[in-house]
Design a protein around this ligand. Structure first.
Ligand code: DX5
Ligand code: ZN
Length: 231
């Protein structure tokens, strides 16, 4: 399978809502995944936090493996950890199809992006609101995807920061259509249209999905918001 096949399969479904499973019921992952299958999401977004790079701790390799066993959907693994370079092989082995990590966590992201690509999966950077596109310009040619954070990495349920949206146009100016554009943080039916207008292809949503009773309806509501405005 080609390195980019899974990422391309998500892009083919764009605009695509990717559930962030931070707030899901970890006591019943099987039921959660079934409900997400029923909601027709094209991939799962998994937030790995280490309590060092960010002041919050979530889950790591065993949970990524557990999701891998429960679904064939692509797994978009967002590493919010110090020393991401030390864990690339293990997350690939656990079943990641895409790995994004933070340039704020290391001196030079380029060798880490190369390591992820060499492991045969899609690679990208996730940038916090304070990091500019110019700061990652040297690494952009090695990114298959860029995840622009519209909240400070670390917690679900934060308020959307609209000012980050200008980064998408900047990335397109440098890289054209090659790089997949993802937004993460505070995405809901109240904010998604602005993201869509800014050129976002993949929309990560946590609380907008997991704080609702029906995941399918929550996803559909966000997609409808985009298509109504577009039509
Ligand atoms: C934040 C995570 C996000 C986030 C999404 O650090 O990367 O994926 O939890 O959750 P909401 O949609 O609630 O902001
Ligand atoms: Zn995330």
């Amino acid at each position: 399978m080609s390195r980019l096949q899974k990422l391309q399969s998500i892009r083919d479904n764009a605009p695509a809502i990717l559930p962030s499973l931070l707030l899901c019921d970890f006591g019943n992952l099987e039921r959660e995944v079934e409900q997400l299958h029923a909601a027709n999401v094209p991939a799962l977004h998994l937030d790995v936090m280490d309590g060092v790079f960010v002041p919050n701790m979530t889950y790591g390799l065993p949970i990524v493996k557990a999701f891998r066993q429960l679904t064939d959907l692509p797994l978009d693994v967002h590493l919010m950890i110090a020393k991401p370079e030390q864990y690339v092989e293990q997350f690939v082995e656990a079943g990641a199809d895409i790995i994004t990590f933070h340039p704020e966590a290391i001196d030079d992201p380029v060798p880490v992006l190369e390591k992820i690509r060499d492991a045969g999966i899609a690679a990208g950077l996730a940038i916090n609101p304070g990091t500019t596109v110019a700061e990652i310009a040297d690494a952009l040619p090695l990114c298959d995807i860029v995840c622009v954070m519209s909240v400070e990495a670390g917690f679900g349920g934060q308020s959307f920061q609209e000012s980050v949206l200008e980064k998408f146009e900047h990335i397109r100016q440098i890289e054209g259509d090659r790089v997949v554009l993802e937004i993460d943080g505070g995405v809901s039916s109240a904010t998604i249209e602005k993201c869509n207008t800014a050129g976002v292809e993949l929309f990560v949503a946590g609380s907008a999905i997991f704080r609702s009773d029906d995941y399918g309806i929550a996803v559909e509501k966000m997609l409808q918001t985009i298509s109504e405005k577009a039509g």
